[in-house]
Write a protein that binds this ligand. Structure first.
Ligand SMILES: NC(=O)c1ccc[n+]([C@@H]2O[C@H](COP(=O)([O-])OP(=O)(O)OC[C@H]3O[C@@H](n4cnc5c(N)ncnc54)[C@H](OP(=O)(O)O)[C@@H]3O)[C@@H](O)[C@H]2O)c1
Length: 282
């Protein structure tokens, strides 16, 4: 596999394969992603959007068949509040937050057939601004799991800047990851990315293609794609990596899996990165 000249921050995989919305295809797609060379896998104990147990089956199968080793795979899963679940809640929704986190995490370990995860992520705060007592109780429970060695690192998703600042200020175990949706119109989540950079937090960007579909036909992006001999999708991912992001892709195509990983084969110039950064600004 080509090496990136901009290695992922913190020695993490340069790309994460996302497993949302794959339902019955989850097992075979995770298996294909591992065979294609992905070593980072994102899931959640949220049956509404993910099949965490199928992720575990695919990883176990690939390890058993010698495709990869558990210690070479970065597995990330999430705790999701009951409001983000359908009727298939993986814990007692009437229990206190600490018990909910504990039950969800134990169920994740069973699904994933492992005794630790590389990252455990709060799927999102329970309120839009600030953090509620419930978020703190949840984070403390995640910190306890981290202290016991069950989660190597903690992270948080779908978070606003004021919430991230509060979390970093009050957390005993600081988040190592932020996972957010990334819009070019919002300068690719710039305030949060800037905060992450100055606080040694790795920014994971999702919906890089789906939230910015106009870029795939944009003449400026096409020009860069033609210069580097790649696709416009690859240019967006390569740009994200050069900005310091750890991108997620949930492609269902083995050809696109290879292309996504292969964007490490070329480098955008500083001018091209600056151009992409401001591409949707007025
Ligand atoms: N924390 C959260 O709340 C949250 C929310 C949403 C997503 N996520 C995570 O992020 C992951 C990714 O989600 P996403 O929203 O970024 O994307 P996505 O829903 O997985 O969609 C990616 C899209 O890009 C296309 N694509 C990928 N590589 C391509 C290539 N090289 N050429 C052409 N098309 C390409 C795919 O089409 P093909 O299938 O045809 O390749 C697909 O339509 C999810 O699976 C999940 O793990 C997290």
């Amino acid at each position: 596999m080509p090496q990136t000249s901009h290695p992922a921050p913190g020695g993490f995989p340069p790309f994460i394969y996302g497993t949302a919305w794959k339902e019955d295809a989850t097992h075979s797609l995770v298996r294909k992603a591992l065979e294609a060379g992905f070593s980072g896998i994102d899931t959640a104990n949220q049956r509404r959007h993910y099949v965490e147990s199928a992720v575990g089956d695919a990883v176990a199968e690939a390890v058993k068949e010698g495709v990869t080793r558990r210690e070479d795979i970065f597995i990330q899963t999430k705790f999701t509040y009951a409001e983000g679940q359908d009727h298939r809640i993986p814990y007692d929704a009437g229990a206190d937050p600490a018990t909910q986190v504990r039950q969800s995490f134990e169920s994740s370990l069973k699904h994933l057939q492992t005794d630790y995860v590389d990252a455990y992520v709060l799927h999102g705060p329970s309120v839009r601004r600030g953090l509620a007592d419930r978020d703190w109780a949840t984070w403390r429970a995640m910190e306890a799991i981290h202290a016991e060695g069950g989660a190597r690192r903690l992270g948080v998703s779908n978070i606003e800047l004021d919430q991230l600042e509060a979390l970093v200020d009050g957390a005993a175990v600081k988040p190592v990851f932020v996972q957010n949706r990334c819009y070019a119109q919002l300068e690719w989540d710039r305030p949060i990315r800037d905060y992450c950079r100055t606080h040694q937090i790795v920014y994971q960007g999702f919906s890089l293609l789906t939230a910015n579909a106009f870029l795939l036909f944009h003449p400026g992006v096409r020009r860069i794609a033609s210069r580097v001999g790649g696709t416009t999708e690859q240019v967006v991912f390569r740009f994200a990596i050069q900005l310091g992001m750890l991108p997620l892709t949930g492609t269902t195509s083995p050809v696109h899996m290879r292309q996504d990983l292969d964007c490490a084969a070329f480098t955008l110039t500083d001018d091209e990165v600056r151009y992409m950064e401001g591409i949707a600004l007025p």
